[in-house]
Design a protein around this ligand. Structure first.
Ligand code: OFO
Length: 161
């Protein structure tokens, strides 16, 4: 059984994962509206991943006989000025999430909650990958620049995710 404090912190993280999912779904919709099929697909997959992250936490609380409480999701923009802008916001967002995961890990350690500490290790590693992926997309977009043919190829490559 985990403490009430830990349970509340995990519930807040479920909300953060769903907030991430909703942000990436909004980016996917915006990219789709603008005709960037590959980018829309990439963000749709990202949405799926974030929902998996949320459900992993939900199942964890359930396995600990703890209460899951879904809270309102914060607002964010629904349109971005360019794909580069989307990827830069993705990296910024993932850095915030990394900080939240680290705070959660620090709390579990402080509480001597070994089960939650071990459970959270997967998320710590996952955040390294999330930031790396976003950085790679920023770097690729910067290489593409204003080259329309290169952008077409780049967009197409993202549909393979
Ligand atoms: Fe759940 O990893 Fe991104 O936010």
């Amino acid at each position: 059984m985990i403490s009430v404090k830990m349970q509340e912190a995990v519930n807040a993280q479920i909300n953060a994962e769903m907030w991430s999912a909703y942000l990436y779904l909004a980016m996917s919709m915006d990219a789709s509206n603008k005709g960037y099929k590959g980018i829309a697909h990439w963000f749709r997959k990202q949405y799926d991943e974030e929902m998996e992250h949320a459900f992993k936490f939900i199942h964890y609380l359930e396995s600990q006989q703890a209460r899951v409480e879904l809270k309102a999701i914060d607002k964010f923009p629904t349109s971005w000025k360019s794909p580069l802008d989307m990827f830069e916001e993705t990296l910024k967002h993932e850095k915030v999430v990394t900080g939240l995961i680290h705070d959660l890990y620090a709390l579990a350690t402080k509480e001597k909650d070994y089960a939650t500490t071990i459970f959270l290790q997967w998320y710590v590693t996952e955040q390294v990958e999330e930031e790396e992926n976003a950085q790679e997309l920023i770097d690729a977009m910067k290489c593409v620049g204003d080259d329309k043919a290169a952008f077409f190829m780049f967009d197409k490559s993202l549909s393979k995710r």
